[in-house]
Design a protein around this ligand. Structure first.
Ligand code: SF4
Length: 200
């Protein structure tokens, strides 16, 4: 059976129109933005710049706040480190504060967020809250006691003045200057087991 050029264009044109009509009629509602129903997510928000809390990369983020509540968090395009991008870990930072309630589907404060220091006492299995002041006092007392009990002044006739009983690990959010001070403090105590994430 022969087919003319006009016939071919007519047939393919009808097929394309048919698929477009089918595609539009079956498009899910999620892809159809309804300006009357939906509110732009950043309307009436204040923006604050911040730094990602996860690693020493220090990527910049923009936090959008409405009525005192964080409603959106995304990479800061003006930040020199990440220029708007965030790695998968940083991109989930919003969930440190807010998560979706699986029962209601609505946003709620993350119930697993730790907001105060905690301590687990000897012979107990539970972590309990402790104030920042008490935590600092207890840590200082433990360091003093452990250092006094373990301090070595001389080895093989050589003055060494160190304790092998205490180590220090720095977190990712300490910047170079803070880490420098931590190292100074540790060395002054005779602590030589030192490490810090991504800092020298
Ligand atoms: S976004 Fe990723 S790479 Fe950037 S600081 Fe956070 S964890 Fe590090």
């Amino acid at each position: 059976m022969g087919i003319t050029r006009r016939g071919f264009l007519k047939a393919t044109g009808l097929a394309a129109a048919g698929s477009l009509t089918y595609g539009l009629s079956t498009q899910s509602e999620a892809f159809a933005f309804n300006t009357e129903r939906d509110e732009w997510k950043l309307v009436n928000t204040e923006e604050y710049t911040n730094i990602c809390c996860y690693c020493s990369g220090g990527c910049g983020v923009i936090c959008s706040v409405r009525d005192g509540e964080l409603v959106n968090l995304e990479g800061d395009p003006d930040h020199v480190v990440n220029e708007g991008t965030l790695c998968p870990k940083g991109a989930t930072m919003f969930q440190l504060r807010n998560v979706v309630d699986p029962k209601t589907g609505k946003m709620m404060h993350n119930p697993n967020r730790v907001t105060s220091p905690k301590v687990r006492r000897p012979f107990t299995s539970e972590w309990v809250d402790i104030s920042w002041d008490d935590a600092a006092k207890e840590i200082a007392a433990h360091i003093k006691k452990t250092r006094d009990e373990s301090f070595i002044t001389e080895e093989n006739g050589v003055t060494v003045n160190y304790t092998p009983a205490i180590g220090s690990m720095g977190g990712s959010q300490l910047n170079s200057e803070e880490t420098y001070l931590v190292l100074k403090l540790m060395r002054s105590l005779g602590i030589v087991a030192l490490d810090n994430q991504a800092r020298v």
